[in-house]
Design a protein around this ligand. Structure first.
Ligand code: BDR
Ligand code: CA
Length: 316
């Protein structure tokens, strides 16, 4: 079983990634590190705790990390985030407040101590801006020698961005952090819009969860129905499967076609946030980033819906 840390800006699809992580028999989630993005850092961390409690996993610690990008001193939540994820970040669903509190230890310190302890045995999946991970490696550069695989939901190589013609939302919120990580030589798998927009969730899927007739099944169905309604591409009938795809890829890389590349990120101008092959490393061997370009979406979608349904059956 792989040890896992999830770095989340909990959000609706982050909540789904969290549910998949606790449901998977291949993963042992040892902690959640919170970041800003869909919501402010503290709100996201509290959402993660509340979601964990409803899923019967209040044993998992949640830490607060960065509140803004490397290049800025503050972060103002974007209006579009409040629309897509709801004012409270989880589609307006009212979850009981978790009995467990947010940990006092800082998320970046937790990342550093966990990487030091578990080394290559630990997988880190990040589904928000990459600031926490960049800060950990900047504070403790020797971690580069021992850190295991990193899987990110972010970026777009073969398709346009979702916040500009070039940029995907997570990368665009901290392009400097993403550039630093891509160029650091770490073993990174990029699960970007190229694949996350190929897999979808429908109202039929949320109905499957609702029919489990538990509180967890109902709140997830409500949350995701809200999210689906915000996806105009489908006339409000289906949503993309962004963040869960990254956790699924950590467990089932064989369902994804991955292109090895040296990657970088544009940090200025209208293409800021664009994830692209590093022109300076074109002739260099051993590319460190595996960019997912294709996915067996039928397998991913079925596996995801069934895994969550089984979890909701066991939870309250
Ligand atoms: C990413 O942006 C956020 O809104 C989602 O949670 C996901 O991580 C998709 O571009
Ligand atoms: Ca996210």
């Amino acid at each position: 079983m792989k040890k896992l840390i999830l770095d989340l800006d909990t959000g609706i699809d982050d909540s789904m990634a969290l549910a998949y992580a606790v449901a998977s028999s291949d993963l042992e989630l040892i902690g959640v590190t919170g970041t800003y993005g869909n919501v402010y850092t503290k709100v996201g961390a509290q959402n993660a705790l509340n979601v964990l409690q409803v899923l019967g996993h209040q044993d998992i610690p949640v830490y607060c990390g960065a509140e803004h990008s490397l290049a800025e001193n503050s972060f103002i939540r974007h209006e579009v985030s409040a629309r897509i994820h709801g004012e409270n970040g989880i589609g307006g669903v009212d979850l009981p407040v978790a009995a467990r509190g947010i940990e006092e230890k800082d998320a970046v310190d937790f990342l550093i101590s966990s990487i030091t302890k578990y080394r290559e045995e630990l997988v880190i999946v990040a589904t928000g801006p990459l600031t926490n991970l960049a800060l950990a490696l900047q504070r403790a550069p020797l971690l580069k020698e021992i850190i295991g695989p990193v899987v990110i939901m972010g970026g777009a190589l073969t398709v346009p961005g979702n916040v500009s013609p070039y940029a995907e939302a997570n990368i665009s919120k901290d392009p400097q952090a993403a550039k630093f990580l891509f160029e650091s030589g770490l073993d990174i798998t990029m699960v970007g819009l190229d694949v996350t927009q190929r897999s979808q969730l429908t109202k039929g899927d949320t109905q499957t969860w609702r029919e489990v007739q538990t509180m967890s099944g109902r709140v997830f169905a409500d949350m995701v129905d809200y999210y689906i309604a915000q996806h105009p591409h489908s006339n409000g009938t289906a949503s993309y499967l962004h963040d869960p795809s990254a956790v699924i890829c950590a467990v089932h890389p064989e369902w994804f076609t991955r292109l090895p590349m040296h990657m970088t990120v544009v940090t200025e101008g209208e293409a800021s946030g664009r994830t692209i092959g590093d022109p300076e490393k074109q002739r260099m061997p051993h590319p460190n980033v595996k960019v997912c370009v294709l996915v067996d979406s039928e397998k991913v979608e079925r596996h995801f819906v069934e895994t969550l349904a089984a979890l909701f059956r066991k939870a309250i």
